[in-house]
Write a new protein. Sequence first.
Length: 460
Amino acid sequence: MRHGSVFLLRGPSKVVFVFLCVWAVVLVVWLNVSVRHLQAASPPELPFGVFTLPGGGIYAQDFSYNMLYFKGIRDRLVQHPYRLEDQETIIRQLVPEARSGMSHAYSPVAFVLAYPLLKLPGAAAYFFYTCLCAVGILLLYFHLLLPRAKTRLQLAALTICVGSTCVMHGYIMGQTTLLTTTLIGFFWALLQSREVASTNGKDLLIALLFWGICLKPSLAPIPFMLMLGARAWRPLLIGFGLLLLTWLMLADDYGGWWMGLQDYLNLVNHYDDAEMTPFMQRGHAFTDREMVHLYLTQTEWFALDRNLELMLSLTALGLRWFGRIDGPTHFEAAVWIFLLFSPYLLPTEDWVICLLIVEGNLFATKGMWAWPKFIILFCMMNLRAGLTFPIDVEEPCKYVLGLWALAEWMAARARAESSWKERYPLPMPAEEAAAYRLKNFSAPTSDPSSDRIRDTRISC
């Protein structure tokens, strides 16, 4: 990926970035003023981010819930924070007025990253968090996305994504997807540039980003599979070393080295609503998956999604190792597999699709079929069941876009195969054929630097 510069943002790209800067400032100010207003109207004994609703009852941001869990872990209110009954104890003890809770499956990496915020008052911690999210989005757009947008459709899609209900909801709820998407973007940029020149400093940065992304276990397969595909063994080993060191330092806070690990694995392997305690169960909106529940229980559907994600991730890794796809195509596949099959996916995590707008040709093509993609993306990012629309259209739109991307990749591959046969009617040597396939049969990319990367690898 090319890194942005103020001199690279010209014309429409610069206009979009200026709009984004104004939007970020206004949004951060509005959110913090609104939250303070809601807090002032709630009983003073409630923790920050926990409000009383006009009709009665308690409402809490995800940010506030997770900060409460981190405080409970820091103060060792329970012995096994990854057990649902102990998580229920934390919430009941810190928010006695609560009638339901939210489960907590963040890894100890999240506790390390959030620890400085625990030393701040609630309002200051939330202000710092919203500022950090805004800076992350600005850096992502300035350095990685806007410099690579080559068509008006890509610029329009990037604008729609950042101003969408998906991003607004992530901000209001205080969810980490706004930060993790930025980490994935910079991780992928560094991993791609590593194929041209590998240095110790770059490998350390890749490992640190991998460690940071692992704050959410649902996202860990993306960088893990990409590093395996690129055979980036050194940053992978450093990253695992950092994760091991983190666990060794915090194991006592989570119930012990072995028992705490067992608790965590049990939680993430049974992280569906049907297996939660009554207090921790959360209602969910009607989706297209409800039709499957006529034949599968919620637990069976969770297991099916998880197994599909694993099998498809391994398939994409095998295709990368055997030279059938290149790095950018592997990245696209990893993100689509996460979006379509991860059983842990939150609606706000659709935000990660912004990374795919400038990766490949799905939004770089022109013609009559370009704008229907934009409309589908708009519906996917803005029409939320029970929030901005009466029925669920997010899931169907996501599957349509994913299948469209797959169909375009297969069509481009078929055209390249036909062209190859016309140009080389006689059999080619095995090594030359493999290099040609890797260069020409992968999904086209709108980034010239990706071509330079592939050419360098083939010539080595």
